[in-house]
Write a protein that binds this ligand. Structure first.
Ligand code: ADP
Ligand code: ASP
Ligand code: MG
Length: 821
């Protein structure tokens, strides 16, 4: 005997039903194998039946319309399957619908809907679908019968969620099968009846259970659950896009997965199969060739530490607390018996070892009743203040990692809590069954999607990690960064197992989001055409509400308002990478606040490109400091423009010519005074000083100006450039004086004894800055360890390519941080 069950989507409409015929034929071994085919209602029909019942009970005449739609849908199916001439079928369907009309009319008249009546109405989805499928198989010449499960499955009178009497049921199934000889028996899922022949149902999703009941009663060789996914997946595919099929699992694992919300198997289904040792196979009607999931006694397959991740999306947490609980026996017995008397199902329990509190989770709909029942059971203790009133917390979810492999394997909790922690998800409560089959954590509901994906990544995809990047600023650096990402993305995925997804982009006018990644081809067109107006606050809100795991915000602007959101992002555990200096060079109070937030949260703030573009300046400094070295002095040429100007300034070329040349080559800002004033260098020096722990403000940096105030104040760039030759003679004499001593001029930023200054300085041939070429930056650290000879970092310190590369490297380093060690 083989039992096959087809779910709602697998029987929804003529095309699907046609596909069943061949699936059933191929599954049977031998071809004549007797088979029970359990079917669900067409998808959505049970919902419609419930809805129309409730409408009728509210005296809403609209119920007739819903019923008409359901009728029309089934008539269509009959027509498309060319069963229009099947009189028998037509009569049965007519009788079903007239029964429905009469019942619903009655509900409408009295304005009342009992659970019993609701079960009667909702049973019709399965009746209709099973009748049509049986008729279709017969029309194809198969030996196919129809079994109304109400004839054989006997339950108690708990309408809506009835309990099965297995002794009677098994006997009746056996008898029915003896009496009828068809090879294929099409049986209604979900429905059953009481000893008084009243219709009951087995709970939503209960057709799976029907299949297990039929399988156990007939000692089937296998129970196949045919659905719309490739088996039991590592997580709910609607929540985790990268979920994949679990090839084998044990009954216990399947049971935990389904109890913890994996809708693919209705929870009670496993028990009858387990008792009789009948394997379950979960398969996809849309892809019958794929293997699906095989459930048996053995867990098999030790590829991963766990089998799957499940969630119960809505729970309430109740806490019983009080000094009167410590060391008193029987408290939990009383607690749970009070709950069971009021039929409240407990999802999870934790108790602190101090015995001072017991916390447990229930469905939100049960919370009020649970609270009342417990407060009644402990009314004397509460009156005497030995126990406090029951505390109820709402808006929570439970997420469970499941698998038999976890047993005796250290490191599972570390990985679990590590992944949650790194993504800034706080754990409200946690419980681990002693079976070590399941570790459950309670988190806030708003974190659920992120938590599922973060855990999935940590347990199953440690091979490939995904970073979601949000980029603001598509100027020269931003554009170059995107180009570099596009070029190296595939390589990163293969060589570093890191996938970079650009989930949001903005320029100063428009912003655009796509959680699965924005195509980088024609990005500016996409922004123009499909983007929303840019607003940095809205951008941040959207990022937060997307709540993706492993998120990085990249600021490639030099904008103050963008820099002002970093603190908010860090506090939301979103990492920030930026070449924008403004956050680090603003008022010290703000700087300190931001860096304190970074210390408190699980987010990185990386800004290596603030100083010396892609050169490793800040990292080097941080490494020196964290390894216990002490900085004695820092000397640096921190402006590529000024470096170029003084490297080029030599005898015979007037200073003003050099500046003009530099401007023409694009080495300066459009207004060269921005470079020549030294403000930019001052910002960089300030950042370095603060990095060493000095609480300096920008006013503390002493700049000896290169140019007289008169020139700096010229009204236009043109006016400035034409007045510039006025200082040629003075600059030339400075140069010549230095040259006479064998020295050259360098614009040097210096930090020593807590003082920061910037000025034009003569350096001789022994000085490391003597040989500087092009627009190179150079930074020399003199420390306790690097005392005799300083540690020098030197190289191109400006330019879009090297800056973008520096930003890119920091994004990648965040990927490593999130990676599973
Ligand atoms: P059927 O109508 O065939 O019984 P269901 O809708 O009841 O189908 O169950 C299948 C659905 O369960 C899938 O489409 C999927 O969205 C959902 N699901 C939730 N968790 C899981 C999981 N871990 N593995 C597979 N499917 C899951
Ligand atoms: N049709 C029923 C429901 O939707 C039973 C099932 O499909 O398993 O709940
Ligand atoms: Mg189902």
């Amino acid at each position: 005997m083989l039992v096959m069950k087809f779910g709602g989507t697998s029987v929804a409409g003529a095309d699907r039903i046609k596909a069943l015929d061949s699936i059933i034929r191929d599954a049977r071994k031998p071809a004549s194998e007797r088979t029970i085919v359990v079917v669900s209602a067409q998808s959505g029909v049970t919902d419609d039946l419930i809805r129309m019942s409730r409408m009728a009970a509210r005296r809403d005449r609209g119920y007739v319309e819903v019923l008409e739609r359901v009728r029309h849908r089934h008539e269509e199916t009959v027509k498309l399957l060319r069963l229009g001439k099947d009189r028998n079928l037509a009569d049965q369907l007519k009788a079903d619908f007239s029964g429905l009309y009469d019942t619903l009319h009655g509900v409408f008249l009295v304005g009342e809907l009992s659970d019993r009546t609701l079960d009667f109405v909702s049973a019709h989805g399965e009746l209709l679908s099973a009748r049509i499928i049986a008729a279709y198989l017969r029309s194809k010449g198969r030996s196919a019968g129809f079994l109304d499960a109400r004839e054989v499955i006997r339950t108690d009178e708990q309408f809506g969620n009835a309990r099965v009497n297995f002794t009677t049921t098994n006997r009746q199934i056996g008898q029915w099968l003896k009496k009828h000889r068809e090879q294929v028996v099409v049986m209604t899922g979900f429905i059953a009846s009481t000893a008084r022949n009243e219709t009951t149902t087995l709970g939503r999703g209960g057709s799976d259970y029907t299949a297990a009941i039929a399988g156990a009663a007939t000692k089937a060789r296998e129970i196949q659950i045919w659905t719309d996914v490739d088996g039991v997946l590592t997580a709910d595919p609607r929540k985790v896009r990268k979920a994949f099929t679990v090839p084998t699992m044990s009954y216990r694992e399947a049971m935990e997965m389904s109890h913890f919300g994996a809708k693919v198997i209705h929870p009670p289904t496993i028990q009858p199969a387990l008792e009789k040792g009948i394997p379950l196979r979960i398969k996809n009607t849309f892809r019958p060739q794929s293997d699906g999931t095989f459930v048996s006694r053995k867990s098999n397959g030790a590829d991963f530490l766990i089998k799957g991740i499940s969630s119960i999306d809505d729970i309430s947490l109740l806490t019983l607390e009080g000094s009167g609980m410590v060391g008193v026996a029987g408290i939990s017995a009383r607690l749970f018996s009070a709950l069971s008397q009021s039929k409240v199902n407990v999802i999870l329990i934790t108790q602190g070892s101090s015995e001072h509190t017991i916390t447990f989770a229930v469905r939100p709909g049960d919370a009020a009743q649970a609270k009342a029942a417990i407060e009644e059971a402990f009314r004397f203790e509460i009156r005497d203040h030995l126990i406090e009133q029951v505390k109820v917390e709402e808006g929570l979810s439970v997420i469970a990692v499941i698998g038999e492999n976890m047993k005796n394997t250290p490191g599972v909790s570390a990985r679990l809590f590590g992944a949650l922690g790194k993504n800034g998800i706080s754990v409200v409560a946690t419980a681990q069954g002693s079976s070590e089959l399941n570790i459950s954590t309670v988190i806030r509901k708003q974190d659920l999607g992120k938590a599922m994906n973060a855990l999935h990544q940590a347990f199953f995809l440690s091979e490939v990690k995904t970073l979601s990047v949000f980029l603001v600023g598509t100027g020269l650096i931003g554009k170059t960064l995107l180009k570099q990402v596009a070029e190296h993305r595939d390589h990163l995925k293969q060589a570093r197992s890191l996938e970079i997804v650009i989930a949001g982009v903005a320029n100063s006018r428009k912003m655009y989001f796509a959680p699965d990644g924005i195509s980088l081809k024609r990005l500016s067109e996409t922004l123009d055409r499909s983007g929303e107006p840019m607003d940095i606050r809205l951008f941040v809100d959207r990022m937060k509400s997307m709540n993706l795991p492993q998120t990085v915000f990249v600021d490639c602007t030099s904008n103050e308002s963008v820099a002002s959101v970093y603190g908010d992002l860090i506090a939301s555990n979103i990492s920030v990478v930026t070449p924008n200096k403004l956050a680090n060079a603003g008022p010290y109070r703000q700087y300190r606040k931001l860096h304190e937030l970074v210390r408190k949260h699980h987010a990185k703030f990386l800004y290596e490109t603030n100083v010396g573009a892609g050169l490793p300046v800040i990292n080097t400094l941080q490494n020196l400091l964290t390894s216990g070295d002490r900085i004695r002095s820092i000397e640096a040429v921190l402006s590529g423009t000024l470096s170029y100007i003084f490297n080029t300034f030599r005898e015979g070329i007037p200073f003003s010519e050099v500046v003009k040349q530099a401007k023409e080559l694009g080495y300066t800002e459009p207004d060269p005074r921005i470079d020549l004033s030294g403000t930019d260098v001052a910002r960089k020096l300030l950042i370095l000083a603060r990095e060493t722990g000095l609480p300096l403000e920008s006013g503390d940096i002493q700049i000896k100006p290169l140019l007289p105030a008169r020139l700096m104040k010229a009204k236009t760039v043109g006016a400035f450039l034409s007045a510039l030759p006025d200082i040629d003679a003075e600059m030339e004499s400075l140069r010549a004086r230095a040259a006479k001593k064998g020295c050259v001029l360098r614009f040097i930023a210096r930090l020593e004894n807590g003082r920061a200054s910037i000025q034009l300085t003569e350096v001789d041939t022994k000085h490391p800055f003597y040989n500087l070429s092009g627009s190179d930056n150079i930074i020399s650290f003199r420390t306790d360890r690097y005392n005799q000879r300083p540690l020098v970092v030197k190289g191109p310190g400006a330019g879009a390519e090297v800056t973008a590369a520096g930003v890119f490297a920091e994004i990648i380093s965040i990927g490593n941080y999130f990676g599973v060690e």
